[in-house]
Each structure stands twice: as C-alpha cells, then as structure tokens.
Design a protein around this ligand. Structure first.
Ligand code: ADP
Length: 916
C-alpha cells in the first residue's frame, strides 16, 4: 500500500452508480459499456506506467430529493477534443458541475477516490469488434472534483487532492482528541478482529495490519469491508477531517461488532437448542434400537395415554379417581425401566378394568319364579330351597338389608355350587365362583402389597374383574380348606371381606371354618343323597343335561333306570352325585362316538331308496347335458322319510355289557366288607369326613413283643388316645370278656399290639372310633371274626360309657351305600335318627348302646335287658310321631346262639358283632 500518492491534476473518471470506492478498498469490476472500455483502454491499458483513474459516485437523479436538482449545461468542445462541463452536485456543498451532452439525468458526487489497477485483463474480442476489460482496482486517496469534462466517450475531471500532507498529519497526531479517537478506534477494531479471527480460526494477520497501517487509513479499510448503505459510504467518503472519519469509523466498526455478537448469541442459542434436540433425537434412536433388539418396541407413551383414556371411562368413584390420578402422575414421571414402574402400571390397569359402574340389571324379584327356578334345577332339597326363598324374600322387602352370608355345608356333589348359581339366575345376576382351597396366604384374599414384585390383586377382586360386573353372586368355594401359616391368616382377611357388607357367598364344610368367620354366616346343611334320590336326580336332571352336553337326545341314547341304579350301586359310592354324573357322561361320550359312526353310514329304509333313485337319475341326465325335469315332491307326504335319512334307526340303549365296557368291571359290591373282616381283629367303623359319611375299617394284630401299642394310619392325638383307652378297657375287662382265664393274666404278656386304620394317606382324627377300636381288640384277643354286616360308631370313656357322636345321618347313609345291614349307635344319638330318610331306616337295623360295661354284664345276665326297653320305646315313639318316620327297627341281641327280636331297637353291645 502506497504511503502517499502524487495525484495528477486531471483524471479519467469512472462513475460508480450508487456505490463508493473508499481508500484502501480493493474491488474487481468488468467494463462493458463503450465509455468505460474506452476509459480503461486509454487511461490504464495503453499506458506504460501504471495509470490512475478517479472513481466518482453518482446517483440516479430520480433518487435525488427535490432540493437537489442537477443543472446541466453544455460546454463547448476544445481542440484537444475535450469538452468541459459543470455539474452541480450535493446540497450541502453547493457545488455545481456542468456536464456537456449529459445523456442521462444523473447526479455526480463532488468527491471521489483515485484508484489504480492492480490487475488488468482484456476479454476476447467479439465478432462485432467489441472488447471488455476486467480490472482489479485499489482505492488510493480522496480527491474533490473541480471540473468535469468528457474526453471522447468518457469523463475526465480536474481534481484536487483531499489527503493531508505529511506535515499536516504530524500536526494532527499531536491532537489529544485525535489520539483518544484513534485509540478508541483501534481498540474497537482490535476487538472486532479478535472476534472474527476467533470465529474463522485464522491467525493474527489482521492484527499485524492493525499495528502497521496508519489509523486514518485503517478507518477506511475497515469501513470499506463492511456492507453498509450507500449513504453511509458517501458520508465516510466525505469525512475528510480525520477526527470525524475516526469517530464515524469507530461507530460503524462498533455497530458491526455488536451485530456480530448478537448474531453469535443467537447462533449459540440456536446451536444449543439444536444440539439438545439432536441429542434427544439420537438418544431416542438408540433407545428404539435397543428395544427392537430386545423385541420390546411398543410405544410406552402411547400406552400410557391409552391407559389414561381407559381410566377415564372406567367410572371410578371420586375418591378412587383421585387416588388413581395421583398414581398416574407418578407413573408418567417414571422411566419404564425404573423399579416400581411396572407394578404401578399393573395396578392402574386393574383399577381401570374393574367394573366400577357395570352392573347386571337386577330383575324385579319374583319369588314364585325364583322358587320355580330352584325347583326346576334341583330335585329334593326342600328345606334348603325353602331357606333360600326366605332369604330372597327378605332381600325383596329390604333390598339394602345387610343380609347374612349364606354358607352351604355338605359333601361334594350335593348341589352347593349349582344352588348358588341358581340363586344368581333367579336374581338375574352374574355368578362367579372363587376357590379358596389351599389358600394359606392372607395376600390371596387381600391382594399383595403393591411394592411386592409380581404383586397381584386378591382372589375376590380378581373374581370381580373376571365377571366384569359389580354386583355378582359370589361363591367362595372350599372356605374350610384355607390354612394358616407365617404369611398370615386368610380367614381373618375373609372375615373383613365378609363382614355383613357382603351379600351372598356360599361355602363347603362347616368343621374347620374358624368360629368368628362362621359367626358371620348362616349355615345351611346339605346332606348326602340316598340311592333313591340319586336315581331321581339322575333321571330328571343329570341325564338330560349330559345328553345335551354331548349333542345327543333321548332318540339317540337311552339309559334305563335299572342301569342308573347299577351305576349308583356298583360304580359310585359317594354322598353326592358328582361321580354319578361323570359316569353318565362317560356313557354319553361312548354313545356319541357310535352315533357319529352310524351317521356316516346312514341306513336307508326301503322307501327312501325308491325316493332316492329318480333324483339320482335326474342328476345324471343333467350331467349329460339333457333337459332336466324336476319332480316336485309334496313335503307333507315325504318329509318324514327324508328326515329319517338323517336319523339313526333306533336309539342306543345302555345295557350291562355296555356299562362294563365303558366303566369297567363294577368297582363296589356288598362283598367288600365281608372280605375285609374275614379274619379276626378287623372291625367296621363309621366316620365322618369331608366327603360325608364313610366306612372305616380298623385292623388290629398282635405279635411277639413286650406289651407296646403301635398305631399307624395318619392319626391325630384324639384318635390315638381313643386307642389307648380301648386297649386299657379291654385289658381291664379281659377276664369278664373271657379273653383270659383269670384276672391275673396279662393280656399283653410277651406281645405287642399294632392297630392300623387303612387309607393311610387320609388324616384321621376324632373320638368316634372308640367303640370300633374295642371291637377290633376283642375280636383279636378272642380270635372271633366280626360280623360283616354290622358297622358302628361311638366314643367310649375309660369306664366304658358310650358317648354320642356327630354326623349320624351321614354315617348311616354311608353304611347304607356299603350294603351294611346293621348299625350300632350311641344311645344318645337316637334323636338324630329323625334326619335319616325313612327308606334308609327301613332297610337297616339300628342298635343303640349306652354302656359297654352294661352290655357285657347284660350279656352275662340276659334278663336285665328288659328294664331299658321302655325308655327307648317311648323315645322312638316320639320320633315316629313328630317325623312320621316309619321306624321299623329290630333289636338284635345275639347271645351266642339266640337272637332276640323285639319291636324296638335296643341297646347293643359289642358281642353282637362278634360271630361265633
Ligand atoms: P357341590 O358344589 O356341592 O360340590 P355341585 O353343585 O357341583 O356340587 O353339584 C354336582 C352336580 O350335581 C351338578 O351338576 C349339580 O347340578 C348336580 N346336582 C346336585 N344336587 C342336585 C339336585 N338336588 N338336583 C339336581 N341336580 C343336582
């Protein structure tokens, strides 16, 4: 960069339209117009030394304000061919420059910048002869126009330089204002440079420039490099005074600096945002990829939204809704991987799924219809049905009454479940059965704590969810089979649930139900059925239902009554009818196979053959392409025959052979007892189990030993004690019972006794085996067999008193099922006989015992018996009258050879079952 330039007095002028070239600036221009090409050619290209030209800004006159009206005057051409003009430009300066032959209405600026060409290149000549130039110009210094003229086609101007001389410069540099201003400018410029260098990561070249170039030139250079308005450029050009120039430049540089800073801030912000969202995007992409890898790419966000919608439509009560909302908010804040997310979610799903509002519409309760419903579904059970109707009646009168919980007690298959579902049907409600068998954990009733991994709702809530209405009839099955362990007591949880708020629920066995729980329930006992009742149930209810379930009808399968009887006697030995139903179902299955086979090979009757032939011929004619004549058969005449083709000719009737084929050989007969008691030491007891009454054999045997008693068969403490008592009693009475020759002889001398209760897998307990135990022992020591047709029950005290026992009715039914003919009962159980169906009593001998001692003494002194006869007589008479039972019991007193028949069943004593 030249330090100072010697300017000629005249310069060729290149007008710059709406543009300014400032000193220090470098620009590249293309010259195409004839005047500019001429200017470049003559002032630059053809000169040997580097020439100079003046750059003068012009503006369109149209753009000038009204106050700046150019006055044009035509000059007269001189000899040199130069024409002078004067042009007036600018309002502030009041200068006039007139330009001769001014073709356009343009306004010249009175100041310009002398420029030199750093590089010149001439374009290829066009066929028209026109050339173009590309010039790189460097602005050198300011000048002012004294006079404008034209030289050929381009302008020239007489000029005077505006730059200060060296001396002037030195003087200004002393000016403290200048010093301050230049320092200010340099600082600003330096700041800008550092910002730019930092941004563009360029080395400190510009900074070097700042050190070496005089400040007034720097000002121009800096301003020239900014994109500023034409007006500002002009005013910079006009800033001939150094102080003015510096302050203007400082202002512009500073403004630029600020704008860069603002822009930077914005960029940073934008970049920050961008990078944050980009980061998120990236992370999301990665997460999706991971989920896809895991095969788990469901969209959790959508799921939560769906869950929320579901919750909204669940119709929860307000307090639950609030709670659920709280939980949902918590869930939304959690990540799916977070512990607790899942349990929280499962919990909310459950809340959303529960039938808060959905209820089955309760029918207007029609007691008559309900009764009919119960009757049509169940045979017998008169008392039970009556009690249910009473219960429903109370509900009808006072629908919101806190009705008791109904508790059905009875052996399996007696209709407890089906009664419950009938109640539901009568009420028009849905029915749900919840089995509590084996529940030992309180959480199974209450539900687990939510924090527990894999936690689940309790069975009751689960049941509600399953049934999907909020007012079902709920059956809590096997409530007696809940247990207690370390995980709490389900019964106490149930107690909470069932506390009178609840309406209906039904349960099994009464025995192991904890008393407080039992307290909340109204117990209705369902006894087992007699064979006759079973037969009726089978014929009226089970067979039609079984046939229907197997797609059969009475036209395809018939099970005659005597076959059902056989099934009852020989294939089932149960209190209820569950196995009976299963056996009937097995028969139906077998029949279904046969029916299906037969249907494939439909046996056609003669008539049908005749009907079929013409139809067949017609079809063949059609296939040959001949005309088909349809024969119309009136339905009324022939439909019977047609339907016959789809029906089996005759129904399948179940017979004994089929029974054996399907159900196998008979499982039970009356000979079992006889076989079991074939050797001495075995007696037949009657016990009460969860399956109702049962026959229980007791086996005793003796072996070499030293007087010990061994007991096996999963026995409880009470029954073990009973065995001890029995042994002691027999030993004490050994001489009386004629088991030993004298009282001095020890029955157990040199031997051990082993007593076993078969069916060892079933736990047994209770005192009612006392009598049976004594019998087994007496039979063993006396080596006399027990009568196979007699079964017994009764608790015995050490002194030989026979105490009453429970479950008499069930026990008698069980004895009957086993084909037992005589039953020995404690005398004080006489009253229980009213419960036993008359038909059963009629087929059995009931023998009542009071004291074993008495029995034995009476056995020895036979005559004493008459004393008690009267009292039994009266009691039985009462039983007869109140229950119109036909009590036809024979008193049997088998004293070795003679059997006493009296009108009434009296006392029985053990020897009655000991055969001679
Ligand atoms: P539980 O619940 O007492 O174990 P269920 O109610 O399941 O017994 O009864 C077993 C089957 O026997 C059911 O099909 C039931 O309908 C039928 N059943 C039981 N008692 C009767 C009855 N008195 N009349 C008609 N069917 C009965």
């Amino acid at each position: 960069m030249a330090e100072s330039v010697e300017l000629p007095s005249r310069l060729g002028i290149l007008p710059f339209r709406n543009k300014v070239l400032l000193p220090g600036a470098i620009i590249r221009i293309r010259c195409t117009s004839p005047s500019s090409v001429k200017l470049v050619e003559q002032e630059l290209w053809q000169r040997e030394e580097k020439g100079l030209i003046g750059i003068l800004p012009v503006r369109d006159a149209a753009e000038t304000t009204a106050a700046v009206v150019p006055v044009l005057s035509q000059g007269v051409g001189s000899d040199s061919g130069e024409r002078s003009s004067r042009v007036q430009v600018g309002t502030s300066e009041s200068q006039r420059l007139d330009v001769k032959n001014q073709p356009e209405n343009i306004q010249w600026h009175p100041r310009g910048v002398a420029a030199r060409a750093l590089h010149l290149s001439r374009g290829v000549e066009k066929p028209s002869g026109r050339v173009t130039y590309t010039v790189i110009l460097e602005g050198l210094c300011r000048f002012s126009v004294q006079e404008l003229s034209t030289r050929g086609t381009y302008y020239t101007a007489r000029i005077s330089p505006l730059e200060m001389t060296k001396a002037e410069m030195e003087q200004v540099e002393q000016d403290p204002d200048f010093v301050t201003l230049s320092r200010q400018f340099k600082a600003t410029a330096m700041e800008l440079v550092s910002v730019l260098e930092q941004k563009q990561k360029t080395g400190g070249k510009t900074k070097v420039l700042l050190e070496t170039v005089p400040v007034h030139k720097l000002a121009d250079i800096f301003v020239a490099s900014f994109e500023i308005s034409f007006e500002e450029q002009l005013s910079m050009l006009d800033s001939v005074d150094l102080k003015v120039r510096l302050s203007k430049a400082t202002e512009i540089v500073d403004r630029h600096l600020q704008s860069i800073r603002v822009a930077e801030k914005i960029t940073q912000k934008v970049e920050g945002q961008l990078s944050k969202s980009q980061k998120e995007f990236l992370l999301r992409q990665q997460m999706r990829a991971i989920k896809e890898e895991l095969g788990d790419n469901d969209d959790d966000e959508d799921d939560v939204a769906a869950l929320e919608r579901k919750m909204q439509s669940a119709g929860m009560p307000s307090n639950i809704w609030k709670h659920a909302q709280r939980e949902l908010r918590r869930l939304k804040k959690m990540q799916p991987q977070q512990p607790g997310y899942n349990s929280s979610r499962v919990y909310l799903e459950l809340l959303a799924e529960l039938p808060w509002q959905t209820a089955s519409e309760e029918l207007e309760l029609d007691l008559k219809a309900a009764k009919e419903h119960l009757d049509s579904d169940h045979y017998g059970l008169v008392k039970v049905k009556q009690r249910i109707i009473e219960y429903l009646a109370v509900r009808k009168l006072k629908p919101d009454a806190r009705g008791p919980v109904l508790c059905f007690v009875g052996p399996p298959g007696v209709g407890k479940t089906s009664l419950a579902s009938s109640i539901a049907a009568a009420l028009g409600r849905k029915f749900v059965r919840i089995s509590l068998g084996g529940v030992k954990d309180e959480a199974d009733i209450r539900g687990h704590r939510r924090t527990y991994i894999g936690s689940m709702p309790g069975r009751l809530i689960e049941g509600l969810k399953r049934v999907a209405v909020c007012n079902p009839v709920m059956l809590l099955d096997e409530i007696d089979k809940t247990g207690v362990d370390v995980r709490g007591d389900p019964a106490s949880a149930l107690l909470e649930v069932l506390d009178p708020e609840q309406n209906s629920s039904f349960n099994d066995q009464v025995q192991p139900i904890p008393p407080p729980l039992l307290d909340r329930m109204e117990v209705i006992e369902l006894p087992g059925y007699t064979p006759e009742e079973k037969l009726k149930i089978a014929m009226r209810h089970l067979i039609p239902r079984v046939l229907d379930q197997h797609g059969l009808s009475s036209e395809s399968l018939q099970i005659p009554e005597d076959m059902v009887r056989l099934v009852i006697q020989q294939y089932t030995r149960e209190a209820g009818v569950r196995n009976l139903e299963r056996s009937l179902a097995a028969l139906a299955r077998a029949a279904a196979v046969r029916v299906a086979e037969q249907e494939q090979a439909v046996p056609l009757s003669k008539d049908v053959h005749q009907l079929a032939s013409p139809l067949l011929e017609n079809r063949l004619a059609d296939a040959d392409g001949g005309e088909v004549e349809m024969e119309v058969i009136p339905m009324s005449v022939n439909n019977h025959e047609i339907s016959n083709t789809f029906r089996i000719a005759s129904p399948l009737v179940v017979d004994e052979a089929m029974l054996e084929k399907v159900l196998g050989p008979p499982r039970f007969d009356d000979k079992e007892t006889a076989e079991r008691v074939a050797s001495p030491g075995v007696s037949v007891g009657l016990v009460w189990t969860t399956f109702g009454g049962e026959v229980q054999f007791v086996e005793a045997t003796a072996m070499v030993g030293n007087g010990e008693l061994h007991l096996t068969g999963q026995l409880g403490d009470v029954i073990k004690e009973s065995a001890q008592i029995a042994l002691t009693w027999v030993r004490a009475r050994a001489a009386d019972l004629m088991l030993t020759a004298s009282e001095e002889v020890n029955l157990l001398e040199g031997r051990d006794i082993h007593i076993h209760f078969p069916a060892g897998a079933v736990p047994k307990d209770g005192p009612s085996a006392g009598v049976t135990l004594v019998t087994a022992l007496v039979s063993l020591f006396s080596q006399k067999r027990v009568r196979a047709d007699t079964a017994m029950t009764g608790e015995m005290t050490l002194r030989g008193l026979v105490l009453p026992v429970g479950g008499v009715k069930d026990k008698i039914l069980a004895a009957h099922r086993y084909g037992i003919k005589r039953v020995i009962l404690p005398e004080r159980n006489l009253k229980d006989l009213v419960e036993v169906p008359a038909a059963i009593l009629a087929s059995l001998e009931i023998l009542l015992a009071k004291r074993m001692e008495d029995v034995w003494s009476r056995l020895l002194k036979v005559g004493a018996l008459g004393d008690n006869t009267q009292s039994y007589d009266r009691t039985l008479e009462a039983v007869k009258q109140t229950n119109s039972l036909v009590v036809n019991l024979l008193c049997l007193l088998p004293v070795a050879t003679s059997i006493w028949h009296t009108r009434f069943p009296i006392v029985q004593h053990l020897p009655s079952v000991i055969e001679a």
